[in-house]
Write a protein that binds this ligand. Sequence first.
Ligand SMILES: C[S@@+](CC[C@H](N)C(=O)[O-])C[C@H]1O[C@@H](n2cnc3c(N)ncnc32)[C@H](O)[C@@H]1O
Length: 449
Amino acid sequence: MGLSVALGDMIEIRIEGVTHQGWGIGRLQGFTVFVPGTLPAETVQAQIDQVKKSFAVARLIRITESSPYRIDSVCSIYHSCGGCHLQHAAYQHQLELKRRMVRDVLARVGHISEIKVHPVLGMNYPWQYRNRVQFHVQVTNGKVEIGFYRPGTRELVPVEKCSLLPGIFNDIRLFLEKKLQSYFPADDLSGWRHFVLKISRANQEIAAAFVTYRREMAILDDLAKALMGRFPQVVSVLQNMNPQNSGAVFGPEWRLIVGKERIEDKIGKVCFSISPGSFVQVNPEQTEVLYGKVLDYAALKGVETVVDVYCGIGTISLLLALQAGKVYGIEEFKEAVKDAELNARLNGITNTEFFAGKAEVLLPKMSAAGTKPDLIVVDPPRKGCDPAVLDAIAGMKPAKVIYVSCDPATLARDLKILEEKGYRTEEVQPVDMFPQTSHTEVCCLIEKA
Ligand SMILES: C[S@@+](CC[C@H](N)C(=O)[O-])C[C@H]1O[C@@H](n2cnc3c(N)ncnc32)[C@H](O)[C@@H]1O
């Protein structure tokens, strides 16, 4: 039987749960209705925005019974920006909601319900935690705007200050917006795409990147010098050329405009030199918590062979290498592999070896060559592990697998596959890498059954 409501209808609904995007979930005539911006135990009036075969989406109009955990959001643009999803919930409640989200998705997708999901490890100060940002630059009829796109659109949200960013990022954005505007109308401002900032937690140095459609951009050198002159913390300004209209922020070609090529950071005892396009975790304080959990679960004794799959610049690999016999890292992005090798040298670590290529090709090759690791760590992108990676893990028969995931749904899918291949999930520890948003990082310990 279909839902007897239509687009534009007003409904009253009790919210019972929350989705992984942070939307409230209610039931109406046996149908699922999602209401963004609501919390469990609230009753709300909402207007139907979308009706699909098995669910509807409604827009929050009025809260008739409020959750005791509802608070006023901090950001004035919270409802239009879309970058945060849970600012309307007190932080401790956000952590509880995230724990429930992980538990629900593991049960629904992974059929894993008997395992306890530990309370989410949160932050003392869950603001200004991001170490990098990608702003979009838009120049329309000579008016320069630097900000974020409204979700699913190319419409810029006017941002005065983002509460997830260090204060200096907001100041730099305002400076650049004004400075860029001052070149108009004398200079051609077309060709701009993004403006990216990264800050090192260890020494507070900042690297900036101008991402442009084309190489020739008259004002970039002048702008870079002005930026460094005004903000001495900016030690590196680069240009990245990205002519493609794919979803990727960076294209393959980089040019150093002024300052140094790379910035350095530190995690635990290990120093990292980071090339501009490489992946690093976005929340450095919580990265230490997450990696600490990986080391706990690994419980190494100095003799083990470990494979770190999807290793990025070798952060987890090098921390593990301090406690293992030998660590192999696998990573698709060649520059990140060069970083990992350089970082091993910088830290005097000699028991690592890194391989550039796709995990789904290299791990099966390693398995065929007879490598028998005691532990395999995987930290894949959101889409999770390729089936060939999971097959290779089962073939190599490590006693332990540690799965670090930024997407609980693909994690649940992969844990189910690993269970079918003779592995059992023993521990599930969510870590709040992304306070105020609905995203959660999860670290799992999996053992051979
Ligand atoms: C979530 S990041 C984890 C990086 C690292 N473990 C860390 O904590 O910084 C995922 C990494 O997987 C890499 N990657 C994506 N697809 C891959 C593939 N098919 N094979 C190997 N690496 C891949 C990305 O370049 C990225 O560095």
